[in-house]
Ligand binder design. Structure first.
Ligand code: PLP
Length: 486
């Protein structure tokens, strides 16, 4: 009989303490040496599966051996989002203090469904989201709720919009109904794919999502939106919701939220603002100009896990009237009834999840540790670095900018005179840099052109990291152009 079977219960507390100190040291070393790792994992698909046993161990293993395998097997398979030269997608990273929040939340292991099962989680969520609301200068009627991701926040917002349209979908569903017209949700052609996925998940179908044309700055055209709504009404459809984005994924463009709010008001539509990426910058006074009109929204999504140094996952949905979300989702089974249910907030009433993680703790740690001032300074610096990088692109005859830089995303490409196929050239440059492990860039297509995207957002990023990428890009440009010429 092994020790684990003889001595039931958890890891002995003295062992936990001993191993715990080592794990914290391990994480500190990881952050300290983060730049020594290749940004993008260099393994090939199935490498980890090929290197791990195909079934679970019969007897328990020494924790030291498990950690040794973290070094040997897990680390090589990590793409290091925390690396300061991670510039792909949106550069997001955790602060170390955010990791402490995760550790404690895991230790408490609360399931925030009912107030009584999780008073700390329920109440801290309200407090910290109200702090963030004030930092972002949103009116006091906005109340927030934390979900895992923006995809899920937005899905809940659209569900609430659908319920407000008064077609009794919550009770009667959508299938088999002849009385239900095609519902319409409107967003720009640059909207994030999570909105398409919400339409799929909610049973609206992709056909319900009407994408509105953008101008040359990739911003939704409000007059085209109004025309589309008129056309749909004429056709007997039921418009329910408009989703402008502040900081689109491809280019970080900003839809004209104020003009869109006028249209929503006129037609009685739910206005949901997707500011998953750029929302954090509303805490920076000089960036508020990009947020004009968002205070008129019915709901807004902001992701502290994107650009507020909070470990994944933590997305916030602010609602003008949170009770509308409750109307869409509250359902109290007998075994979840409590004496205090009418006088407290029970997290389970605001979405599809019953148990919810204690996510507010890590955001509370981050905001308290850095303070408003510290967070603003970091966001400002990222935007400064992005503009600096953009200025290098602008000054070079080999490179060109492909979109404005309102926040900290630079969209650009190589355009040397001697090259016939700039798309292929830029893709090659990107692939070679990514394969080298020295930096990670991603791409999009803007106006049909293969576009390199460089996002600045890591809490560890400094000017020297941008100088390094600029050097890599120019080196690769030289070798690729020579390669094409020879
Ligand atoms: N909305 C925008 C504008 C985004 O850029 C993203 C992701 O990059 C999302 C939504 C989806 O975010 P999440 O991964 O939290 O679902």
């Amino acid at each position: 009989m092994t020790e684990a079977v003889k001595n039931l219960g958890d890891m002995p507390i003295d062992e936990f303490r001993r191993q715990g100190y080592k794990v914290v040291d391990w994480i500190a070393d990881y952050f300290e040496h983060i730049e020594e790792f290749p940004v993008l994992s260099q393994i090939h698909p199935d490498w980890l599966k090929d290197n791990l046993p195909t079934s679970a161990p019969e007897t328990g293993e020494d924790f030291g051996r498990i950690m040794a395998d973290v070094d040997k097997l897990i680390l090589p398979a990590v793409t290091h989002w925390n690396h300061p030269n991670f510039h792909g997608l949106f550069s997001t990273s955790t602060s170390s203090v955010g990791v402490f929040g995760e550790m404690l939340a895991a230790a408490f292991d609360m399931k925030a469904m009912l107030w009584r099962t999780s008073p700390a989680s329920t109440e801290l969520e309200d407090v910290v989201l109200d702090w963030l609301r004030q930092m972002m200068d949103l009116p006091s009627h906005f109340e927030g709720i934390i979900y895992d991701t923006a995809s899920v926040s937005t899905m809940h917002a659209i569900a609430a919009a659908r319920e407000r349209a008064n077609m009794r979908v919550r009770d009667e569903g959508m299938s088999g109904r002849v009385d239900l017209p095609l519902m319409r949700v409107y967003a720009s052609e640059h909207v994030h794919s999570s909105i398409d996925k919400s339409a799929i998940t909610l049973g609206l179908g992709l056909r319900s999502l009407r994408k509105i044309e953008c101008n040359e700055r990739f911003e939704m055209m409000a007059d085209k939106l109004a025309d589309a709504i008129d056309e749909d009404l004429e056709a007997g459809y039921l418009p329910i919701c408009v989703i402008p984005t502040i900081g689109t994924t491809s280019s970080s463009s900003v839809d004209p939220v104020d003009a869109i709010a006028d249209i929503c008001e006129k037609y009685g539509l739910w206005l949901h603002v997707d500011s998953a990426y750029a929302g954090s910058t509303a805490i920076v006074p000089e960036f508020r100009k990009y947020f004009t009109g968002w205070e008129r929204a019915d709901s807004i999504v902001v992701n502290p896990h994107k650009w507020l140094f909070t470990p994944f996952d933590l997305s916030v949905l602010y609602c003008k009237d949170l009770s509308q979300l409750k109307q869409a989702f509250s359902l109290i089974a007998e075994y979840l009834k409590t004496a205090e249910q009418d006088s407290v907030k029970n997290g389970m009433d605001y979405g599809i999840q019953l148990g919810r993680r204690f996510r507010a703790l890590k955001l509370w740690f981050v905001i308290r540790y850095f303070g408003r001032e510290g967070l603003i300074a970091r966001l400002r610096e990222h935007c400064r670095l992005a503009r600096l990088f953009a200025s290098w692109v602008e000054e070079s005859s080999d490179w060109e900018m492909l979109a404005p830089v309102p926040f900290a995303l630079v969209c650009f490409r190589a355009c040397p005179a001697a090259v016939d196929d700039p798309d292929a050239l830029n893709e090659r440059i990107m692939n070679e840099i990514n394969a080298s492990g020295e930096a990670y860039l991603s791409h999009t297509k803007l106006n049909g052109k293969f576009t390199l995207r460089l996002s600045v957002g890591s809490i560890r990023v400094e000017q020297r990291h941008l100088e390094k990428v600029w050097g890599l890009l120019n080196d690769r440009l030289d070798t690729c152009v020579k390669g094409i010429a020879s």
